[in-house]
Design a protein around this ligand. Structure first.
Ligand code: HEM
Length: 119
């Protein structure tokens, strides 16, 4: 079922959301320092694949596990919730319907277990 994928506007829609999400995280004092020297182009590519899969689109995720990718970054609760906040803003900006937003967030928030390394 690709209805959620279509509500996000397919590949192009997801790309716009992720562009704005990343711009926002790189500008956000709560998150930006984590990305010093990070491979932004790679992250964006992998994130596009991952969101596409989570939304039921015709994609394959070729990146690392969330645990491996974020190991040693020392991400805390404040940074994780700031990222969720930035994503929400990016989805609003791109007019993703609120019920579709909630469905993606419900898949992402439990990932805190693998991404966050301290309270
Ligand atoms: C649900 C939330 C998140 C998701 C779905 C997510 C997803 C991803 C993905 C797909 C990658 C690339 C994996 C790969 O290279 O194979 C990545 C890498 C990365 N993420 Fe996240 N991420 C999340 C939260 C965060 C947060 C909160 C931060 C910091 C504030 C963060 C910082 C990073 C950094 C710095 C990298 C690059 C690591 C490296 O290659 O050295 N992420 N993330």
């Amino acid at each position: 079922d690709d209805s959620l994928y279509r509500q996000f506007g397919g590949k192009a829609g997801i790309e716009h959301v992720i562009d704005d999400f990343y711009d926002s995280m790189l500008d956000d004092p709560r998150t930006k320092s984590y990305f010093d020297g990070a491979p932004i182009a790679r992250i964006e590519k992998k994130l596009n694949e991952q969101f596409c899969v989570l939304l039921g689109g015709p994609c394959v995720y070729t990146g690392r596990s969330m645990k491996r990718a974020h190991e040693g970054l020392d991400i805390d609760h404040a940074a994780f919730s700031a990222a969720i906040d930035d994503l929400r803003k990016a989805m609003d900006k791109n007019h993703v319907p609120v019920d579709a937003q909630k469905k993606l967030l419900a898949k992402l928030t439990p990932m805190a277990r693998d991404i966050q390394e301290r309270p």
